[in-house]
Design a protein around this ligand. Structure first.
Ligand code: SAM
Length: 291
């Protein structure tokens, strides 16, 4: 139980450390049929959504996570037309992908319809109308089944960028960290495409980092990570998985990225071309863990 009735929300993701957020007005709290979902107000972070005891997104700091997991792969690739988002129920990832006017379609495969509906109702600033964009293709299904292309909206469609915006590897999100899922994602990428993933906080979840690195490394020519500090993801900066067969994609200079950023006309609060490049510089403890 993540709310001791003390007016605080206690996260339950980690065994020996935890963050707690003051719970102001509770806008929704219920089991969706798949997950425990709560949306509440916090004086610092604004509205907060948590699933199964883990903070998913907050109005106050969602920009860091969503800008980095979209603009880094899309601007590195340079010619993105089709994007697949697996998860992403709050719509923040979808919104940032759609800010790229050259993107023709974003398919978003979210397993829990309630997360979408409640995010639109109580966290409208995060999706900001993205679900109504004619380029949006929302599919309510298990992302694992979708990329396997069996029984869920079977298409021959391939994607230039795949963004795995999942919960942590437990509950419905567990399948989105498996080698089988990554292999099926690879089969859905166009040549030179790139997949990025939510890969936890390496200081507290080193096992998740190593597992993903091993699994992605077996499938892709270039598997690595980039990082960004998301204040409400407790424990230091968050790691994002990076997987592609085009090793040059993550080695571009800020001078190469900057014209694309400017041409896209993006308004950002965290992402810059220099941050883009710097985000791939990993600290020694991560490099050691990945040896
Ligand atoms: N920013 C968050 C983080 O870093 O943990 C993730 C946010 S988003 C709310 C996570 C979404 O993944 C949720 O909406 C959840 O329903 C969805 N999800 C979990 N397992 C899934 C699966 N197997 N297929 C599709 N969506 C899934």
């Amino acid at each position: 139980m993540s709310d001791s009735g003390s007016g605080w929300y206690d996260e339950t993701l980690h065994k020996d450390v935890a963050q707690r957020l003051r719970m102001g007005r509770v806008l929704h709290r219920d089991r969706t049929g798949l997950q425990d979902l709560v949306i509440f107000e916090n004086p610092v972070l604004g509205r907060v959504m948590a699933l199964d005891g883990v903070v998913q997104t907050t109005e106050g700091d969602e920009f860091v996570y969503h800008e980095m997991l979209t603009h880094v792969p899309i601007l590195a690739h340079g010619r993105v037309r089709r994007v697949l988002i697996v998860g992403g129920g709050d719509g923040g990832m979808l919104r940032r992908c759609l800010e790229h006017k050259a993107v023709e379609r974003v398919t978003m495969v979210e397993i829990d319809r309630s997360v979408v509906d409640l995010s639109i109702a109580h966290l409208p600033s995060i999706s900001a109308g993205a679900f109504d964009d004619p380029r949006t293709d929302l599919v309510i299904a298990d992302g694992c089944a979708f990329v396997k292309n069996k029984g869920v909206k079977e298409t021959a469609e391939r994607f230039d960028v795949i963004i795995v915006d999942s919960t942590d590897p437990h509950g419905p999100g567990a399948v989105l960290f498996t080698e089988e899922f990554y292999a099926d994602c690879k089969a859905r990428l166009t040549p030179g495409g790139v997949m990025v993933t939510q890969n936890g906080v390496p200081f507290l979840q080193p096992g998740e980092l190593k597992d993903s690195h091993r699994r992605l490394g077996r499938l892709f020519g270039d598997a690595g990570f980039f990082v960004a500090p998301v204040p409400s993801y407790y424990g230091g900066f968050m790691a994002f998985g990076w997987a592609t067969d085009d090793a040059a994609l993550r080695r571009q200079s800020a001078e190469a990225i900057r014209p694309r950023f400017e041409a896209a006309g993006l308004t950002t609060r965290y992402y810059t071309p220099d941050i883009h490049v710097a985000s791939f510089a990993l600290p020694a403890f991560m490099l050691d863990a990945l040896k």
